[in-house]
Design a protein around this ligand. Sequence first.
Ligand SMILES: [Zn+2]
Length: 418
Amino acid sequence: MDIKISKVRLLDGRTVDIAIEGDRISDLCGDVPGNADIEIDGSKFIAMPGLVNCHTHAAMSLFRGYGDDMPLDKWLQERIWPAEAKLTADDIYWGAKFACLEMIMSGTTTFSDMYFHSERTAQAASDAGMRALINEGYIDLGDPDKREVGKKETLESLEKIKAIGDPQVQPALGPHAPYTVSKEGWEFMCGLAKEQDLLVHFHLGETAQNIEDVKGQSGMKPVEFLNSVGVFEDRCTAAHGVHFDDEEIKLLAQKGVNIIHNPESNMKLGVGSKLRYRELKAAGVNICLGTDGSASNNGLDMFTSMKFAALLSKMDGYPEAMPALEAVELATVNGAKALGIDAGVLEIGKLADIILLDKASLCFHPGFDHISDVVYAADGSCVDTVIIGGKIVMQGRHVDWAEECISKMTECSQKFRS
Ligand SMILES: [Zn+2]
C-alpha cells in the first residue's frame, strides 16, 4: 500500500480508512489492515473527491482584475484581445502554472482548458501534477486563411500534448463557439473527434447577441446549427448554456451534450439570463461546473462556484432547485462523467483524486451537516491536502514550487501595466 489515510470522515458522515495503491483507491472501509509507505492521520480531516473544473482558460490568471464591469463584446475587443496579442508562450506557461497552483490550493484536481499555445498549458499542468484535458482554441470567423492556420495549430497541439507523455494530461478539441467557427471548421473538428476519440469543448449560448449572430450566419439557432454539423454525435462539453429554449434543451438531452454551468462568470459578464437548471435537469442533461478564466470570475475556486450555482438556481423562487448535495455532484461526479475520467467519487477502484478538508476550519463549526458546510460556508482555503492520481501534490497547504511560480507569473504580468 502506498498511502493510507486513517479514520477520515466522509461527506456522508461515515468514518473510514482509505488505501491508495498506484493511482487508484485500493480499499475503503472501516478498518483497512496493514501499513503504508505514507500514513496520513485522517482524524483531522474530511475527505471528498477532488473537484473537476470543466471550463477554464488557465493562463488568463495574468488578466485578473485587468478589465472588469464591462459587457462581453466590449471586454473582449477593448481589453482582452489586445492584451492576448502580446502574450508569449512563456507567459502562457507561467499564467497557467499559477492557475494550477490556485486550483490545487482550492481543491481542484482536474481541469478542462481552452487557450492558445495549449502545449504550454499542458506542460504546466503536467509539471504541477494535475489531471487535465487541454485544447487549442480554434476560431476562423468564416475566413478560409484563418481556417487553414487554425487547423494546423489544432493538429500540432494534439501532437505536442501527446509528446509530453503524461497520461494525466490529454489533448481535446476547442472550436471556440458557433458564432466564431464556420461550418467547415466544425466539420473538421467532428472528423478529428471521431478519428482520435477526442472530447470537443466549446462555448454555447453565452449571450443573447451570440444567438442572433448564429441565426444571421446560418439561419438556425446555435443548438440546431451544431446539431446540423454533426458535433453532437461526439463527446461534447458546452460552456455557459444560458440562452436555450425548451426545444433546444430537448435536443441537448437527446444527444447527451454535457452542459458546463459557469455561474460566476455569467453573473459578472451580465450575460442577461441564467442557466435553466431545473429544466435542464428535468430533461436529463448532465450538468457540470466551471469557473471560466480568472479574467471573468475572478478566481478559480470551485467551492465558491458550487455556492453561486446553488444560490442562482434558487433566486427566482425555487429554494429546493439545487440542494447542496447536487451542487457537490456538479463539481465532482458530473464533471468526471463529462470529461470521461474514472474519478469524481471515493470508491474502491476509482482514480485516487482526493482532497482533505481541515475540520478545524471555522466553516465546519458547529458541523451539523458537512455537505451543507462545503457548499454554503466553505471556500478553497479549507483544503489542507490534495492527492491526484495517488500522488500528494499539496500537504499542510504547502506546494513545493509555489514561490517561484508566483514570482514568475507576476514578472510576466508586468507588460500589461500601462
Ligand atoms: Zn470561456
